[in-house]
Design a protein around this ligand. Structure first.
Ligand SMILES: [Zn+2]
Length: 343
């Protein structure tokens, strides 16, 4: 019941991105992955959140973060994520299952089993309950991944989930490098991890992929087109967040996989402009100019270029901003920019 109420509140929430063409695309990929009968029970909502997450609730409500859509590169990758969430839903994976077990007589042996899976001894019950629960969650994650692989293989999509986890590993490397930390590789989860490690996921998907063989559709162009419509919204939280290295990695990996179109170049310009060192501002100018050179350049490229030029003390910024206002007179910050130009 509480979940239904939450879903009703979502329907009017500003945190939800509503774009009919994107919603139709997501539904199509879901139905192509799990089959047209089973996808009827799923309702998908896109949530404006920079983290790479999706989740499905027992009532059929599924949440997909913009941060996830920004990081994926194809329908086939999305199918693997949808398959994973759908497997949780169909298997009714949840905390309740763990608690039911706990109430029944076999809970102790069950915790011992989960404890064994987590390679811990199960002497201290309270501690073990917690560790057992985490290990249980982790086992469910692994089960959902394996079932997801099966769903993708049963669809027309190519099984390519290992690439998603490879990029998650690279993204973490980029973040650690920015913070002056060494790379880490973990093939054994920590006791506190409720997921298998990224490295484990990469390896078991790569193994499954090599067993299945290389066939099926990627749906790269379909994915690019469907997400391009809302690109600035998909990247907004990432660009305005605090992890420059992460946002830059995610933008770069999309550019390398799906091509550097003008909207993506303009977003990279925004990221560097907001980061703000003189060297970043020079890079930002460069990205905006590359965007402007393309026929499909968004007006935001002129706005960003003008602001970057002014910050660098280049008077040409005034003309560039005037040009932007001609292109987009109804821009939300038009009045503010006009005042800036009058001074
Ligand atoms: Zn999961």
């Amino acid at each position: 019941m509480e979940i239904d109420e939450y879903e009703r509140s979502l329907q009017h929430s500003a945190r939800v991105l509503r774009e009919a063409s994107l919603d139709a695309f997501l539904r199509k990929v879901m139905c192509d992955t799990v089959g047209s009968e089973r996808c009827g029970s799923v309702r998908i909502y896109v949530v404006k959140d920079s983290s790479m997450n999706a989740g499905m609730f027992p009532n059929g409500m599924m949440l997909v973060n913009t941060g996830l859509l920004a990081r994926l590169h194809s329908e086939a990758e999305l199918a693997a994520i949808f398959g994973h969430e759908f497997a949780h839903f169909e298997k009714r994976h949840s905390l309740n299952k763990f608690l039911e077990r706990r109430r029944s007589n076999d809970w102790a042996s069950w915790i011992a089993l989960a404890g064994a899976a987590a390679a811990v001894n199960t002497n201290d019950t309270i501690r073990d309950l917690r560790i057992g629960l985490i290990a249980f969650t982790r086992l469910q994650e692994t089960e959902a991944d394996i079932l997801a692989g099966g769903l993708v293989v049963g669809s027309h999509y190519r099984l390519r989930a290992s690439y998603v986890w490879l990029r998650v590993i690279e993204e973490e490397d980029a973040l650690r490098a920015e913070r002056g930390l060494r790379k880490i590789r973990r093939l054994v989860p920590a006791l506190s991890d409720d997921h298998p490690t990224n490295e484990q996921r990469f390896l078991y998907f790569a193994k499954q992929e090599s067993e299945v063989g290389d066939w099926g559709e990627d749906g790269t162009e379909g994915y690019r087109a469907a997400t391009s419509v809302v690109l600035p919204i998909l990247f907004d939280a990432l660009i305005k967040g605090n992890d420059f290295a992460v946002a830059d990695y995610v933008i770069r990996s999309r550019g390398e996989a799906l091509g550097w179109d003008a909207p993506l170049l303009a977003l990279r310009g925004d990221l560097y402009r907001l980061h703000g060192s003189p060297r970043d501002l020079a890079s930002a100018q460069d990205f905006y100019q590359q965007a402007i050179a393309k026929p499909e350049a968004p007006s935001s490229a002129w706005r960003g270029l003008g602001l970057a030029q002014l910050k660098l003390g280049n008077p040409a910024g005034r003309d560039t901003l005037a040009d932007f206002l001609k292109r987009d007179p109804a821009a939300p910050d038009a009045n503010m920019l006009k005042m800036l130009l009058e001074n």
